[in-house]
Design a protein around this ligand. Structure first.
Ligand code: C5P
Length: 401
């Protein structure tokens, strides 16, 4: 769970065209339950108005060292006290240079120097400014000083050039900052292997058998495991969703490919979580070319696929295994039966009518101690609760062995 119930951030904007992304970043932070105090440099106000930032953060915006709204006139100290981190987005080449040299000639740079919390910077500049030896020297110094540098990304730039220097997207910055700040890191040092999404079993060159799994729950569980400090590998069936950051992503299509990729990696993991909706059957043969339509009836012969979770749980020295069960009725009975049959210590069950494709979910978790309901919530919140539960069981298992 977050460092405290409502994380508190100071978002600083320096001057750059990417300042427009800071508006979206503020919205995402606020939506994610973060208290955001915005501070802007004079140059940032040339790109986006404090009014916009104030409306989005719901708090007065500060830019002036001599602002009389702070009781003791110590804005450069007061504004960062009690904050969990300072995030500078966009961080211009000039602002990075100031930070690297400890300059403090305006409110934002002074706040950074007087801080007692982590500092994140999201560089945003023209590619040549980024590549310049001076900027690279400054960034190396900031890394050495423990400043967390997010990005930059490569791509189209506002100046019309293409290259490295674009600020990361707001969602990427938000995810990276929250992942770093969320405590406890209950899975630090653990390697998690996870399956996600549907599978696609080809019938011919264009058709296939698949299911309604979106991959949302699998990606949420992967992100929650990452937030808890684990190293995460996702073996993922076809989905158009944006995957969580800082995870190794292996894309597959069929159940057989998913099994192959899991088998190749399972020896190196501590925890295996099967979230994927793996096809139980696949066509016995796949036609190389598109099957032509005719008036005759057609029968499709199906053969069972390998149960990946059961295979992993049955290994001589298995990782801690977590299964999922998507049922359309008799949730408890089927889930309990599945947990016993597949011999997994933890099984999370949900009703397909409520879960598939939805943003919210209600998981019922079964383990040796019984049945636990994780109250209906967004999938990421459910995933965080599930991972906290997994971490407790893994710690208890580690304590026993
Ligand atoms: O038996 P059922 O498909 O309902 O089991 C669901 C659980 O088993 C999920 O955790 C799913 O990822 C896993 N599974 C698997 N390989 C299969 C079928 C299911 O890993 N072939």
């Amino acid at each position: 769970m977050p460092a405290r119930s409502k994380p508190r951030l100071l978002l600083g904007l320096s001057g750059g065209i990417a300042a427009y992304k800071a508006a979206e970043l503020t919205r995402l932070f606020v939506q994610g339950g973060v208290d955001v105090q915005v501070v802007m440099t004079e140059a940032a106000c040339g790109f986006i108005t404090p009014v916009t930032m104030q409306a989005l953060s719901g708090k007065p915006v500060y830019k002036d060292m001599w602002d009389v709204r702070i009781d003791d006139n110590m804005a450069h100290i007061e504004l960062s006290r009690g904050r969990d981190a300072i995030v500078i987005a966009p961080a211009s080449a000039d602002f990075l240079a100031k930070l690297a040299h400890g300059l403090a000639d305006d409110l934002l740079s002074t706040l950074c120097l007087a801080r007692d919390c982590p500092l994140f910077v999201a560089p945003a500049m023209n590619r040549q400014m980024w590549q310049n030896a001076a900027t690279q020297r400054n960034v190396a110094q900031l890394n050495k000083d423990g400043v967390i540098v997010l990005g930059p990304a490569s791509g189209d730039q506002a100046c019309g050039e293409v290259g490295l220097g674009r600020m990361l997207e707001a969602a990427e910055i938000c995810e990276d900052v929250l992942t770093a700040l969320i405590e406890p890191k209950s899975l630090r040092g653990k390697r998690v292997l996870l399956t996600a999404g549907p599978t696609f079993e080809a019938i011919d060159a264009v058709r296939g058998i698949t299911n309604r799994s979106s991959g949302k729950m699998g990606f949420a569980v992967a992100r929650a495991a990452r937030e808890a400090g684990a190293e995460v590998t996702i073996v993922c069936g076809p989905t158009t969703l944006v995957p969580p950051r800082a995870c190794t992503l292996v894309r597959v299509e069929s159940a057989e490919q998913m099994f192959g990729e899991v088998r190749a990696r399972v020896e190196r993991c501590d925890i295996f979580i099967g979230v994927a909706a793996v096809a139980d059957y696949r066509p016995a043969t796949t036609a190389e070319h598109k099957i032509k339509k005719s008036d005759r009836r057609m029968a499709l012969e199906l053969v069972p696929t390998t149960d990946i979770l059961a295979h992993v749980a049955d290994l001589p020295n298995p990782p801690f295994c977590v299964g999922f069960a998507a049922e359309s009725r008799n949730l408890d009975e089927y889930a309990q039966d599945k947990r016993r049959r597949k011999r997994v210590p933890l099984l999370a069950a949900n009703l397909v009518q409520q879960a598939m494709g939805a943003d919210d979910n209600e998981l019922v978790v079964f383990d040796d101690s019984g049945r636990h309901v994780l109250a209906r919530a967004p999938k990421l919140d459910q995933a965080r609760q599930l991972i906290a539960h997994v971490a407790e069981l893994v710690a208890a298992k580690d304590g026993r062995s």
